[in-house]
Design a protein around this ligand. Structure first.
Ligand SMILES: Nc1ncnc2c1ncn2[C@@H]1O[C@H](COP(=O)(O)OP(=O)(O)OP(=O)(O)O)[C@@H](O)[C@H]1O
Ligand SMILES: O=C(O)[C@H](O)COP(=O)(O)O
Length: 394
């Protein structure tokens, strides 16, 4: 990597503003998957051991510039304290005099976690004033938030214009591993895209169609494609204004000779719950009052076959609502196929996909679990990540 890293600078006695991606899955106010926190520990421990005052910043969820009580970082601070074995001071704001006063009290090696940076409207707008206010807290900026590196926000990009800016260890490792897999991909190369962020993810398909041999679509994303084929999707997740785009991708895939796989059958439910009534239907028979929440058995078999015959697979986004056991089968089938495919290099991207392989105890069978969802996808598409571009060159 041609960017400076924490190893290239002296941080002793300095205040370091370290952007991490602690956007972790939560339930009932508790962190349910700590992968992203663990992944940031090497940088945090290193900065602390070097005698820096470590000011950590992250977003959680999408509070859209307002304070949302459930999206405070208090539970994350507790989890970090437990995992790092160090006291973590948590502030209720992310910049300003009160925060500066807390930083002034911090000992060398001490850790402080700022409040959710997305409580401020300027964060996602990359407001220069907010970026300056963040920079005013510290002497040095370290970006270890690979998962948010595709966002040009005040704490991921703007701040780097004001103080020396370097990469953390996680950022370095992700760029190295993903870069290696993609520079000359082993083929057949398969991308599996699922999950619920249809608007975010549907766009990446365009670029992926130039790179992959097989494209598998699943999860909530699939229903916009099912609709594009002219079938009703009942109450399933649907992005009406992306149906034409989905149609055009089906055409492009044909033109480019990419094998395009989407569900042939789905598990539909009359309620979004574990005790819902369910049935397996083919994609042209989704009942109008039901919603599709998982891939069906035939689909699972087809996907597993494609995976086993691939040399490189990137997977972003679950195949169904895997958090509910009733709808976890499709995601589990994909995870198991990857685990059994010994000759296949598997890259898992996305907070929820990573959580899913953890849930099925298959994490150690994957070649690389990226902490980035959208970020790993954009990187694999060949896009430059603003959070990386902004860092100082070597
Ligand atoms: N058919 C479906 N209908 C509704 N939600 C679905 C469906 N299939 C999967 N999901 C939901 O998608 C969510 C994950 O989607 P998301 O796009 O956030 O993936 P991700 O792997 O976390 O990637 P990223 O890190 O980019 O967010 C899960 O909470 C899952 O329940
Ligand atoms: O979960 C992620 O992919 C990152 O934390 C970025 O979150 P965002 O999609 O809300 O910007």
């Amino acid at each position: 990597m041609n960017k400076k890293s924490v190893k290239d600078i002296d941080v002793k006695g300095k205040v370091v503003f370290c952007r991490v991606d602690f956007n972790v899955p939560m339930k009932d106010g508790q962190v349910t998957d700590e992968t992203r926190i663990r992944a940031a520990l090497p940088t945090i421990q290193y900065l602390s051991e070097q005698g820096a005052k470590v000011v950590l910043a992250s977003h959680l969820g999408r509070p859209k510039g307002e304070v949302v009580e459930e999206l405070r970082l208090n539970a994350v601070a507790e989890k970090l304290q437990e995992l790092s074995g160090k006291n973590v001071v948590k502030t209720d704001e992310a910049y300003g005099d009160a925060v500066k006063a807390e930083i002034a009290k911090l000992e060398e090696g001490g850790l402080l976690l700022l409040e959710n940076v997305r409580f401020y409207a300027g964060e996602e707008k990359n407001d220069p004033e907010l970026a300056k206010a963040f920079a005013d807290l510290a002497d040095v900026y370290v970006n270890d938030a690979f998962g948010a590196a595709h966002r040009a926000h005040a704490s991921t990009e703007g701040i780097a214009k004001h103080i020396p800016a370097v990469a953390g260890f996680l950022m370095e490792k992700e760029l190295e591993v993903l870069g290696k897999a993609l520079s000359n991909p082993d083929r057949p190369f398969t991308a599996i895209i699922g999950g619920a962020k249809v608007k975010d993810k549907i766009g990446v398909i365009d670029n992926l169609l130039d790179k992959v041999d097989n494209l598998i679509i699943g999860g909530g994303l699939a229903y916009t494609f099912i609709k594009a084929l002219g079938h009703d999707v009942g109450k399933s997740l649907l992005e009406e204004d992306k149906i034409d785009l989905a149609k055009s991708y089906l055409e492009t895939a044909k033109e480019k000779g990419v094998n395009f796989y989407m569900p042939v059958d789905v598990v539909v439910a009359d309620d979004f719950s574990n005790d819902a009534n369910t049935q397996v239907v083919s994609i042209d028979s989704i009942p109008s009052d039901w919603e599709g929440l998982d891939a069906g058995p035939k689909t699972r078999e087809i996907y597993a076959d494609v995976i086993k015959n691939s040399k490189l697979v990137i997977w972003n986004g679950p195949m169904g609502v895997f958090e509910l056991d009733t709808f976890a089968g499709g995601t589990k089938a994909v995870a198991e196929a990857l685990a059994e495919a010994n000759d296949t290099y598997s890259v898992i991207g996305g907070g929820d996909s990573a959580a899913a392989v953890e849930k099925f105890n298959l994490a150690d069978k994957m070649s690389h679990i990226s902490t980035g969802g959208g970020a790993s996808l954009e990187f694999m598409e060949g896009k430059e990540l603003p959070g990386v571009v902004a860092l100082n060159d070597k």
